[in-house]
Structures are given as structure tokens and as C-alpha cells.
Design a protein around this ligand. Structure first.
Ligand code: DG6
Length: 419
């Protein structure tokens, strides 16, 4: 296993300490506000890493490396967050984390007692939209209205049992295919009709978003699936006064693309082609072995270049290969062909030996803090200032999104500073 972004404090070695510390988590944050996070895909590599990371922070066993907004102490403290959520796999989070092999064994030992207390709720699934995802922990209801009611019941129970003021719904589920026809998301009335008609095009991701918004829970879609970008759900979110954000987390290769492309443009270097490939062996990669799920991911990964460069790159190629030996240790490789002054040809190569979930987990924690802040400020609907986090940022009125990383970061910091 490669070195992780966090290290274990050797002074904390007793797993029992983590269990007792976990019980202190019912305390509200410094503002007296209790925030819960209901995760779609709680047993996944990103979610289990996120929950373990918060517990390690609470124990003082790790520092804030990798958490880009750790100095924003006005936001909800990471350690005060409570977690629950759904997964197709009924295994508790200690077992899930053991399977995903993202944590160092010493880290897992410290938090196993806490992770064992978290068992996913049965999930709403539809194999038509995510063929490679399987598991026995499913809600056996076919009517869409009843499925929504079940998700809402789970959210109400979580809120009551944990005495929460705000519950954020965070979608970290496996990549769904995007329905070929999404006219049912064109407006709120069309979505209501589709739900009433049990339209098979209404994906589980849309049901979770609909249920979250109906329960006035801020909603974050970290997956490429359809939902938060749609006029129907944006309108619903405005009606219910909740912020929504998405879609598809920009964590590694695409993050670097959105740093580099504006710089190449700024220096007048023409991008003739950009070949990007990924090897990964985690469950995310396994799901992407299905061509329809892959199409969703390639769509969001492939959408970023042209607007930053100001011209279409015909040879922008995105490939993803599921390659088991790598596990969560993804390798993303890029070759960029460039033309400069006097027609001089150049190549730029990037080889990022990264950790898929180690990159993603801190970003979803920051997103939770951001949407809680937006909610506190009374903001609702699509949160464009959060584009920094996404490959395909939601915008109001279908405006083209800003993809450039530096501009996105500036916009976000301006918003945080109230400018
Ligand atoms: C292949 O890229 C697998 C994906 O799930 C990514 O690892 C993830 O979405 C992050 O993508 P990116 O392009 O920001 O590295």
C-alpha cells in the first residue's frame, strides 16, 4: 500500500479510546448547530474514508493535510459531523473499510470500534441504471412515490434520533447511466408526472435528490448521475429553500486539467490533442466497466476543455480501464500535444499516481460544510460558487459553467468572505 496523506499519532493506540470519543459526537458544534450527513453509498470507499477521517481527526490522530478549507474555522467543524446513510451492501463501515483498503491498518484499528456502529440503511436501487452494482440491502418497493416516502422516513428518523438541526444528503453512489431522454427533468410538473407514472427513466439518484429537497435537506451530487443540474430539481430546491450542488467530483485528473488548460491558453500554446487515461481497481472502476455507466463518466470528464481554451479540441480522448491490481491507487496519465511560436511542436506528459478516495474524501467533507453555510445564509437552488469541486458544475438557467480552477477558487473564496 502506498503512503497515505495522513499519519497516525503513535501516542494514540487504543481502539477503545476511539469508541468512547465517538460517543461524544452528539455534542453540537461551536454554534450550537447539529449537522448530520446522510450518504447515498455509505459503504463505498470514499464514504468510509470520509467517516474514518473525521474520527481520526476527532482523536487528534491526524492533521488537516488534504483539507483545503481547514483554516475556515467559521464553517462547521469536521469533528462535529454525524453520519448515516444507505448502501446496497449491508456490511458495517469497519468491514467496508477493510475491503476498500484505503486506510492504513493502524488507522483502521483506531477507528474500527466507531465504524462498527455504522450500518447502512437499505438502499433504493434500480439495476437498469447501474448494472454492475449489486447487493442484498435493498428496499423492496417498486412504486416511485413509495420509494421517495421511504427515503424521507429514513431522513426524518436520522434527524430525530441524532437530534440534528440540519441533514445534508450527499450522493456518493456508483455511477448511474444518464437516461437517454431527460425531458421529465425539464420542469417540476414534468418530474411530478413522471414520478406518478412510475416512469422507468426516473433514476434512484433523482429520487434521492427529490426526497432530500422535500425534507429541506441540502443536497450534493458528487456523482455524474442526472439530477442537481436539472431545472426540475433546481426549481424544487428554490421552492423548499435548500441549496443543491453537483455534479461529479473534480478530484485528480480533471482538477489538473482545469489548472493547466487556462495556463496553456494564457501562453498562447495551442492544444492539438489531449489524451487522458486512467487505471483503477476499486469498486468505482468496476462499476465503470459497464458501458452505460462509463458513458456518464466520460461525458463529465470530457466536458471541461473547450470552454477554457476557447476552441474545440477534436482529439480530446478520455479512457478509463478497470485494472484490479491497483485497487484505490489510481494512475491517471495524460499526453498533451501542443503547438507554439513558429509552429514548434511540443508534448507535455503527466503521470499522477494518486489515491482515488484519499483525494475525494476531504472534498466531500468541505462540500458538506459549504452547503451548510449556504443554507445558514438562506441561499437556495443551484450553488454556482461551488463549481470548484465539480467536473460538470451546476449553473442556473443552463448557463455554461466556469471550469478554470483559479477562477473557481477565487469565486468560492469571495463567497466565503461575503464579497
Ligand atoms: C476514473 O477517472 C474514475 C473516476 O471515478 C475518477 O477517479 C473520479 O471521478 C475523479 O476524476 P478526476 O478526473 O477528477 O480524476
Amino acid at each position: 500500500m502506498q503512503e497515505t496523506a495522513v499519519t497516525v499519532d503513535p501516542n494514540i493506540t487504543d481502539p477503545a479510546e476511539s469508541t468512547s470519543a465517538a460517543q461524544e459526537t452528539s455534542a453540537p458544534d461551536a454554534t450550537g448547530h447539529r449537522v448530520g450527513v446522510a450518504v447515498v453509498g455509505l459503504g463505498g470507499a470514499v464514504a468510509s474514508t470520509m467517516v474514518a477521517g473525521v474520527e481520526l481527526l476527532r482523536l487528534g490522530a491526524v492533521g488537516s493535510a488534504g483539507l483545503p478549507f481547514a483554516d475556515r474555522t467559521e464553517l462547521t467543524p469536521y469533528e462535529s459531523l454525524r453520519f448515516g446513510g444507505w448502501d446496497l451492501d449491508p456490511a458495517d463501515l469497519a468491514k467496508a473499510a477493510q475491503v476498500h483498503q484505503v486506510l492504513e491498518p493502524a488507522q483502521l484499528d483506531l477507528v474500527a470500534g466507531h465504524l462498527e456502529t455504522l450500518t447502512p440503511w437499505p438502499a433504493v436501487a434500480d439495476p437498469r441504471w447501474c448494472r454492475n452494482a449489486g447487493g442484498a440491502n435493498v428496499v423492496e418497493i417498486s412504486s416511485l412515490r413509495e420509494r421517495i416516502a421511504r427515503i424521507r422516513d429514513d431522513l426524518q428518523r436520522f434527524r430525530t434520533e441524532q437530534e440534528l438541526d440540519t441533514v445534508v444528503v450527499l450522493n456518493l453512489a456508483s455511477t448511474e447511466a444518464v437516461p437517454p431522454d431527460t425531458t421529465f427533468l425539464a420542469d417540476a410538473a414534468a418530474l411530478e408526472r413522471a414520478i406518478d407514472a412510475d416512469d422507468p427513466a426516473v433514476t434512484p439518484g433523482v429520487l434521492y435528490a427529490y426526497a432530500a429537497i422535500s425534507e429541506t435537506c441540502p443536497y450534493v451530487n458528487f456523482t455524474p448521475g442526472a439530477g442537481a443540474e436539472s431545472p426540475a430539481l433546481q426549481h424544487l430546491a428554490e421552492q423548499h429553500g435548500v441549496p443543491i450542488a453537483g455534479r461529479d467530483g473534480k478530484t485528480g485528473q480533471t482538477m489538473l486539467k482545469t489548472v493547466l488548460a487556462p495556463a496553456l491558453r494564457s501562453r498562447g500554446l495551442h492544444v492539438d490533442g489531449w489524451y487522458s487515461t486512467n487505471l483503477l481497481g476499486n469498486r468505482d472502476g468496476e462499476i465503470l466497466n459497464d458501458p452505460d455507466s462509463m458513458a456518464s463518466k466520460v461525458n463529465t470528464k470530457g466536458s471541461v476543455l473547450d470552454s477554457m481554451l476557447g476552441y474545440a479540441v477534436d482529439d480530446h480522448i478520455v479512457r478509463i480501464d478497470y485494472y484490479r491490481p491497483r485497487g484505490d491507487a489510481k494512475e491517471s496519465w495524460d499526453n498533451i500535444d501542443l503547438t507554439g511560436f513558429l509552429g514548434g511542436r511540443m508534448q507535455l506528459k503527466l503521470d499522477f499516481l494518486c489515491r482515488d478516495s484519499v483525494l475525494a474524501a476531504p472534498l466531500v467533507l468541505e462540500l458538506v460544510r459549504m452547503v451548510v453555510e449556504a443554507h445558514r445564509r438562506g441561499e437556495s437552488g443551484a450553488q454556482e460558487q461551488l463549481g470548484y469541486f465539480f467536473k460538470s458544475p451546476v449553473t442556473r438557467d443552463s448557463r455554461p459553467p466556469e471550469h478554470g480552477f483559479a477562477r473557481q477558487e477565487q469565486t468560492l473564496n469571495d463567497w466565503l468572505d461575503g464579497r
